[in-house]
Design a protein around this ligand. Structure first.
Ligand code: ADP
Ligand code: MG
Length: 325
């Protein structure tokens, strides 16, 4: 009898703590977000997801270039005029972005942003910009011209017309932050997916690792890899729709900050790393570097792997995730 009671008590214990995955899809930062958490019930999950949404919205306010009142817009409006004191969080994000520019020898550069005057990838471009226009625009680009004053906590873009933008790092940062907030609340597991920029933690309720599908952008129904992820970020960059074509050349929406010309040859890059912010920035950088240099670069970094799909549809893997032939 006592034993039966113990067994029943044990089973009750399991069912009381049964956990499931709850997911919410919504639009944040102008993009689709899918937030999944492991929780005991819908009500608990809703509470958690609300907090993630709050965190992402807060970050959006800080880094948005569309919102004229954001601190980022203040920095841009004061380019060539005066330094702007900003929140330490934004200061540190810009500092890390400049660090990533140094690491990638300028392939990644948040000051690429003034190029958006001449390159538009929303279908509105009818002519290739002239060389003169490109030269003009690119003269306003360069992370070396972002002056950071650690003591004052201020940021100064030293050239008039210069601009910064977080298009290639903001969603990754938001995914990382939302994850940290939820982990701090004791959420055991989840996935923050910011339109293909994701960070994950914990395991599925059945004890297995999360599996992330990598699709071929040339054929979205074709999942060519299912990757198990263990507390990792995985970011895919390369919106197949965002490009322009001139004289048979396909220009992607990622621009080489050193030449002012958009990158060519690659259609999608997926990067795995500990943080989505790093993976996001590196995915953009690999686009700019091109297939060979990009793979070589990723292979030299510890704890970072990548998958590159080129224009011909070839799939290229970094050393540690190369599938066995
Ligand atoms: P996705 O749009 O697929 O998320 P990315 O994360 O790589 O791709 O971000 C691309 C965006 O980053 C562009 O739309 C633009 O806003 C910005 N960007 C373009 N070129 C660069 C660059 N060389 N360095 C930093 N940001 C860039
Ligand atoms: Mg990116």
């Amino acid at each position: 009898m006592k034993r039966l009671f113990l067994i029943l008590f044990f089973l009750w214990g399991i069912s009381a703590s049964a956990q499931s995955v709850f997911k919410r899809t919504l639009k944040l930062m102008g993009s689709r977000f899918d937030i999944s958490v492991v929780a005991e019930n819908q009500q608990q999950a809703d509470g958690y997801i609300d907090i993630a949404v709050e965190e992402i919205t807060r970050i959006e306010k800080l880094i948005s270039s569309w919102d004229a009142n954001s601190q980022t817009s203040m920095i841009n409006a004061n380019a060539g005029i005066q330094p702007v004191i900003v929140d330490r969080e934004l200061f540190n994000l810009i500092k890390r972005a400049v660090g990533l520019s140094k690491l990638t020898q300028g392939a990644f550069d948040i000051s690429y942003a003034s190029m958006d005057k001449i390159w538009k990838f929303d279908g509105s471009m009818e002519m290739m910009p002239t060389e003169e226009e490109i030269k003009q625009s690119v003269s306003k680009v360069g992370y070396q011209h972002i002056d950071l004053n650690e003591n004052a906590g201020s940021v100064f873009l030293d050239t008039k017309g210069m601009k910064i933008g977080f298009g290639a790092i903001g969603k990754g940062y938001a995914a990382d932050q939302a994850k940290e907030r939820l982990k701090a609340l004791g959420v055991q597991a989840g996935i923050i997916n910011a339109s293909g920029d994701m960070n994950t933690w914990g395991r599925q309720p059945n004890g297995e690792l999360w599996n992330i599908a990598i699709t071929n952008p040339l054929n979205k129904d074709n999942v060519f890899a299912m990757l198990p992820v263990d507390n990792q970020a995985i970011v895919t960059s390369g919106n197949y729709e965002k490009f322009v074509k001139f004289n048979g050349v396909r220009y992607a929406h990622i621009i080489d900050p050193r030449t002012g010309y958009p990158s060519t040859g690659i259609i999608s890059v997926s990067v795995m790393a500990a943080k989505a912010e790093l993976a996001d920035a590196l995915a953009t950088s690999v686009f700019v570097m091109g297939k060979e240099v990009g793979l070589d670069f990723i292979n030299q970094l510890n704890g970072v792997e990548c998958i590159i799909i080129d224009e011909q549809g070839n799939i290229n893997y970094s050393n540690l995730i190369k599938p066995k032939q």
